[in-house]
Every structure is written in C-alpha cells, then in structure tokens.
Design a protein around this ligand. Structure first.
Ligand code: PEP
Ligand code: MG
Length: 584
C-alpha cells in the first residue's frame, strides 16, 4: 500500500530506488566470555578494528577532499577525534579486561551510554556530534564482526538511504552511482546530509520525523527533493508518472546546461542579471558551470559551522578571495554571517532562546559580538581588492541598525587605512530586505545603501508568522500572499526612487512560474541555487518586459492568494496558446 510523507526539501530533483535503512539493527551482537588467557588476543582484535576504521576514515577524507572539497573533508576530523577518545577506546579496553567479554558487546554497551549523553547534551555542537559517534561505532562494529563487506558498495539496485540523521561519512563512502537519494528523520536545510546532498546534486528530503519507522529495507521509494515528498511503495501508475517526470527533468537539465552561455535578455531587449547563491567557496565552480553571472549571495555563516574553533581572519580572507577571483568578471556579494535562528554556533556560548528566529540572529548577533564581526569585516575588506566584492548585512530591521553596522564597517576601514592595508574604497554596501519593518521603511533605508537584496525566505516567515522549517504550518508559507507581493513591490519602488538597484535572493527567485511576475515588478537581479540559473535565463528570453509589467499590475490588484494564482495560471495558458499559434 502506498504511503506519502512530507518533509523538508533539501536537494532538488526526483529519484526512484530501493530503501536501505542505515543504522545499528543490521548488527546481531552476541555476548560471550573470554578466558583469562584469551584477553590479550581480544585486545589485539579490538586494536586491529580501531586501526582498520582509522584507515577507512582517512581514505574517505582524502576522497572527499578531492571530489567535493577541503572544507567538507574537514568534517571527518571529528570522526578521527572520536577514534582517539579515551571514553570510547580506553574504556572499551578496560571493560574487555574487567568483564572478560567480547569487544563488540562491550563497545555497544559503552557507545549507547555515550550516545545518550551526547543526544541529551545542552550544547548544540555536542548534540550534532552524536551522529559522528554512531557512525564511527557502526564502522568499528562492522570491522569487528567482519560485516564490513556488507556495505552498500555491493548493492545491485539504485539505493535510497534512510536514516535518523545521515552522517557525512556514510554519504561519502557509498558508490556515487548507486546512491540516488536520501531521506532522514531529522535535520533542516543546513544539516550535514542536506549540504552533502546538494554538493553531490542528489535529491534529498530531510526532517521527515519518523521515516525510519515507516520504511523497511527493500521498499520502493520515490524521493521528490523539490517538493520535499517521499512516497513509499507507490503503485505502477504513480511510479510511471514519476519516472516520466524524472526523465523530463533529466532531459530538461541537460538541455538547460547547454544554455549556460546565454544572457537573460527579454524579447523586448531588457537585460536581467542572474547570479548564484553559494554556501562554500568551492560552490563557485558549480555557479560557473551553470552560467551564473557572479555570486548574488555568499552565505558566509557556513564557514563558522561544524567546527570547534572560529575561522581566523586569514582563513576567511582566503575564502573570500577565492570566490571573488573565480567570479570575475562578475561581482560577489558577501553576506556577513547569518548565525542564530536555526544556525547555531556553540563556540559563542550564547544561551538557548525560546524563539531563536526572533532572537539574537544575524546582524543582531554581530552587533553584540563586535570583535567577531570586525574580524569578518577586516577579511572582507582585505579581499575586496582581489575581485568585485560587495558587502551586505542580513536581517536589518531599521535604518538605525543599518547605521550601526556601517559605523563598525567604517571603524574597520579606518583601522586598515592606518595600518596601510589596501582595500576597495568604493565597495558597495547593501542590505537584505527580509523583515516587514525593513520593507516598510525601504524609502529611508535606500537613502543610506547602495543596493537591496530581498530575502523572501525570511520575509515570508516574518510577515506570515510561519516558522520556515516547521512543516506543520507549511501550508501558510505562501510567496503569493498579497502582503508579500506588496512588500516586494514597495521595496523595489523605494530602491529605484533613490536610484539603487534591487535584487532578490530568496527561493522565490528560483521558481520559473514566478519569473515574469518578479521581472515585471522591476527587479534588477535574481540570485538562485546555481542549477536554477539556466532555467531562469531561458524564461526571461521568452517573455516581454512590457507584458510582464501588465501581469505584475494585474496581480498586485488582486485581493487574495487564490486570485493571484488564477492570474498567473491564465498567463501561462495565454502563453501556451500563443506558442501553439506560432507553431501553426
Ligand atoms: C532569505 O531569507 O531569503 C535568504 C536568502 O537568506 P537565508 O535563506 O540564508 O535566510
Ligand atoms: Mg534570510
């Protein structure tokens, strides 16, 4: 019987395959006694498993560094630390001696105690580490029980991995061509699994809550990573529909990739800049592959995550230089760190908040931890002479906050000038419009900024009072609510009145059904995940700005979301009608 589960869309695309549940249940651990004389042999067996596991992890780390990037490979240092942790390694040896029991039994006992401590830890970083421990222990168990060969590498079908939380080592050690999708109980768009899936361009859905209870190894799964949907054991009719959609997607993306060199010029000759959103410096390669015209949003907070220490000024400088250089001749918009909300940084020791999305997030956190902020600003300014860097501040709520952020930037500029360190004195300074309070005062903000970038992901969340990662209220999260479109329009008008350019970098920019509307509203730049760039350019080339303006006017006069949807639907049908006439 078919069942459907809705989660968080983590990596786009459709995939069909056989479920494989990752986790401990595959091990049948037997307890048996060791004789006094056999203890040294058991300790040797344990040591051999530790060595083999270390070897395995070092190999994966090397491979990930080559195939994905150095930053992702660093995640595996945490695994190597687990393997050196006396609470795991020494304790197992001591218990083998004390209990005179076999290594795998002792290990499993110790690991489940440790796992509990980590899962219940107050510290976010330690909680995240629980999945690292699970993965290392699973590897040790496989090596001890001789089940190492039962890994997916021998699988004959296309595999969809199902796990509570997917550890990056598990992702990376699977043969790329066999693993065609992921689905996990927990996690959001920024979880390890989501980041890895996007890097590898494999469809994935996360945050499904209990998918591990609903699926068994061997079930047939459809993972729709764009819709955040998992369908288990669908009937032949649904499978055929999704296979066809998958084929269409593949053909379309192959065709689209060929268009990477085109520019987004409308039929009546108006040009739009289409840039890319990136999370890691290595993503610039992907942005170029899809023909992005620069980086419209570099989410720098990822440089701070998944690590115990903070990135130094020099490390950040290198990262920003790399992106800025590789984006030339186009520009790179570096967004200052957007930590807080759902992206925590345990290193700062900030206390837990009841409503983190309404708390010490983004620019608020930067203006609280000024030295942390200044370090990032110094790195950005120093890098600004090696490319066309623009800086933008997230979550600005009013002009006073913008002034405070700019004052800190000016202090850093003066400090660098005093130290005779070069930087681009004309670097553009902009802000994200992602709070209703900013959109409603955009006329005031525009007088003191060089550009706006509309962050619709948050603008929708804060306007509609809908947590953007809570699937229970996802039905209210609608970009076509009249309030959202009016705030966008107001922002664009306010920016243009002050002669500054206005872009959009939220997920709305990636939806081709909304391209004409947003273009008609007057946006100057769209910035999206790299793989969406060709599609958006293609749509722009098929439309007229004049007609798009009329559409925008019609839509803005609508009273309800339903009316707006109908209006857009009619526009699509009109267009199809025109295309058919053109063919005849
Ligand atoms: C947004 O809010 O639309 C945005 C682009 O920023 P982020 O998704 O990183 O919050
Ligand atoms: Mg945002």
């Amino acid at each position: 019987m078919e069942s459907r589960y809705q989660g968080i869309a983590a990596s786009p695309g459709i995939t069909i395959g056989t479920a494989y549940l990752v986790g401990f249940p595959e091990f049948q651990i037997r307890k048996y006694r060791i004789t006094e004389g056999g203890i040294n042999k058991e300790l040797d067996r344990w040591q051999a498993a530790v060595d083999a596991t270390r070897h395995e992890i070092e190999n994966i780390k090397r491979r990930v560094a080559q195939e994905v990037g150095f930053k992702e490979a660093e995640i595996f240092n945490a695994y190597l630390h687990v393997l050196q942790d006396p609470l795991l390694v020494q304790a197992t040896m001591e218990q083998i001696r004390a209990q005179r029991c076999n290594a795998e039994y002792v290990l499993q006992e110790i690991a489940s105690g440790l796992g509990r401590q980590f899962t219940e830890a107050k510290d976010e970083y330690l909680r995240e580490r629980a999945s690292d421990i699970n993965d290392v222990v699973a590897r040790l168990l496989r090596n001890l029980t001789g089940q190492a060969k039962r890994l997916l590498t021998g699988a004959e079908h296309d595999i969809i991995m199902i796990a509570k939380d997917l550890a990056p080592a598990q992702t990376a050690s699977m043969r790329r061509e066999r693993v065609v999708g992921f689905a996990t109980d927990i996690g959001g768009k920024t979880s390890h699994a989501a980041i890895m899936a996007r890097s590898l361009e494999i469809p994935a859905v996360v945050g499904l809550k209990n998918i591990t209870d609903m699926v068994e190894t061997g079930d047939t799964l459809i993972v729709d990573g764009s819709a955040g949907l998992v369908i288990v054991n669908a009937d032949t009719r649904i499978l055929t529909q999704y296979r066809q959609a998958q084929q269409r997607n593949l053909q379309a993306s192959r065709k689209l990739r060929k268009l990477k060199g085109i520019t987004a010029v409308s039929r009546d000759g108006y040009r739009l800049n289409v840039a890319a959103n990136i999370e890691f410096p290595e993503d610039v390669r992907k942005a170029r592959k899809y023909g992005a015209e620069g980086v419209g949003l570099f989410r720098t907070e990822f440089l701070y995550m998944n690590r115990r220490d903070l990135p130094s000024e020099d490390e950040q400088f290198e990262a920003y230089c790399q992106v800025a250089r590789q984006s030339l001749p186009y520009s790179t918009i570096i967004r200052t760190m957007d930590l807080g909300g759902d992206k925590f940084l345990s290193r700062l020791g900030t206390s837990a908040e009841t409503n983190p999305f309404l708390g010490l997030r983004a620019i608020r956190l930067c203006l609280t931890y000024i030295e942390l902020f200044k370090t990032q600003l110094r790195a950005i300014l120093r890098a600004s002479q090696f490319g066309k860097i623009k800086i933008m501040f997230p979550l600005i709520s009013d002009v006073e906050e913008l002034r405070q952020a700019k004052a800190v930037l000016n202090e850093v500029r003066q400090e660098l000038s005093r130290r005779r360190i070069a930087f681009d004195k004309h670097m553009e300074t902009g802000l994200m419009i992602e709070l209703p309070s900013a959109a409603l005062t955009a006329d005031v903000l525009a007088r003191e900024a060089d550009f706006f970038s509309i962050g619709t992901n948050d603008l929708i969340q804060y306007t509609m009072a809908v947590d953007r990662i809570n699937e229970k209220v996802a039905y209210l999260y609608n970009p076509l609510h009249p309030a959202i479109l009016r705030l966008i329009k107001k922002t664009i008008e306010a920016g243009h009145n002050e002669r500054i350019w206005v872009g959009i970098c939220g997920e709305m920019a990636a939806d081709p059904q909304l391209t004409a509307l947003l273009f008609g509203m007057g946006l100057d730049e769209f910035s999206t995940e790299p793989s969406f760039v060709p599609q958006i350019k293609k749509v722009i080339r098929e439309i007229h700005l004049a007609r798009s303006r009329e559409l925008a006017e019609e839509v803005l006069a609508c009273a309800t979301t339903k009316e707006i949807e109908n209006c857009l639907q009619n526009q699509i049908q009109d267009k199809e009608g025109c295309d058919e006439k053109a063919v005849k």
